[in-house]
Ligand binder design. Structure first.
Ligand code: P6P
Length: 336
């Protein structure tokens, strides 16, 4: 009997993917489901963020008499909690934590994976109701099973990611993740409280009409970057220019839009931030992995982001990422 399931939930999809690999242990599927659970909990709080009496500011006490935590700290605790009490993750690194944390308990020490997170990226936008997001990156640990996770487990080049993804808390809440098998998007269906497959096998169009950059930094960019930006603003029958400029200052939202519609996102080095602003391990690498699996490209202006060997947990990198054709056009300027 064929069971025809029109829309798969995240849980059903991850289990279906696991069944496709006879030797799969189910740990990655379990880890992704844990992330989905934490995302649902964060989503509830993010959607209430405007109701000050419930959340208030950090340090306040809410109506239940609980210490109110900042949303990004709350989000960090949710993701850390589900992974610590799951069966798949030996430890995490996070934008909210100075150093990595090895969970160091018998189950976690026998887990194959480590995770890196930006638990709530763009949280500065919460007070003005602009979409924000969570970004995650999953690596197979390099240290021996049965021992606590170590720093080297987290300082791996992005090419070694097993999975990467994000949650965008926007007009709808979506979880998008990539493995080498593809990029798939799931929309939270409030009627059943599950992420349901809504965007199977996402591919980033080779060309788009959108360029995303903070024009306020224009005079701090290298000339080659300024020249490319001005090219984006010119009429050009070959490239379809002028492009439309879209930049909302929330990376997850900007990159989700450009992934789906096609486009290029740039956070170049500036005079004030010569290494760029975005973090390599839990902002640049996850999106570079997702875009490459979806057919796009990502560089730091000089090399492929996924080839960069990290030396520090919170190191920054310039980022140029998006549609393959637009990235190749940009690269002709960067090489000039
Ligand atoms: P700027 C948010 O703070 C963030 O980390 C990304 O989400 C966003 O793309 C970028 O910084 C915006 O930075 O300097 O343009 O405000």
């Amino acid at each position: 009997m064929v069971i025809n399931r029109r829309i798969l939930t995240l849980d059903e999809f991850t289990i279906q993917q696991m069944r496709a690999f006879p030797h799969a242990t189910g740990e990655l599927a379990s880890l992704l489901r844990d992330i989905g659970l934490a995302a649902k909990r964060v989503n509830v709080e993010v959607n209430k963020a405007g109701l000050v009496d419930i959340l208030g500011d950090a340090g306040a006490v809410n109506v239940q008499g609980e210490d109110v935590k900042k949303l990004d700290v709350y989000a960090n605790n949710q993701f850390m909690g589900v992974l610590k009490h799951g069966i798949s993750c030996a430890g995490i690194g996070s934008e909210e934590l100075d150093d990595f944390i090895a969970f160091d308990d018998p189950v976690s020490n026998n887990s194959k994976y480590v995770c890196l997170f930006d638990p709530l990226d763009g949280s500065g936008n919460i007070d003005v109701n602009v979409s924000i997001g969570t970004i995650f990156s999953v690596y197979r640990r390099v240290s021996p099973l049965g021992t606590p996770a170590v720093r080297e487990d987290f300082l791996q080049a992005g090419i070694h990611q097993v999975a990467a993804g994000y949650i965008v808390y926007g007009s709808s809440t979506m979880l998008v993740y990539a493995t080498r098998r593809g990029v798939n998007g799931f929309t939270l269906d409030p009627s059943i409280g599950e992420f349901s497959l809504s965007h199977p096998d996402i591919k980033c169009p080779d060309f788009g009409k959108i360029y995303s950059v903070n024009h306020g930094n224009f005079f701090q960019y290298e000339k080659s970057v300024q020249d490319y930006i001005q090219q984006c603003q010119k009429k050009n029958k070959d490239t379809g220019g002028p492009y439309t400029q879209r930049y909302i200052g929330s990376m997850v939202s900007d990159l989700h839009r450009n992934l789906i519609k096609g486009g290029i996102f740039m956070y170049p080095a500036t005079i004030d931030k010569p290494k760029g602003k975005l973090r390599l391990l839990y902002e640049c690498n996850p999106f570079a992995f997702i875009l490459e699996v979806a057919g796009g490209k990502a560089t730091n202006g000089k090399q492929r982001v996924l080839d960069i060997v990290p030396t520090e947990l919170h190191q920054r990198s310039p980022l140029f990422i998006g549609s393959k054709g637009m990235m190749e056009e940009l690269e002709t300027y960067l090489k000039a």
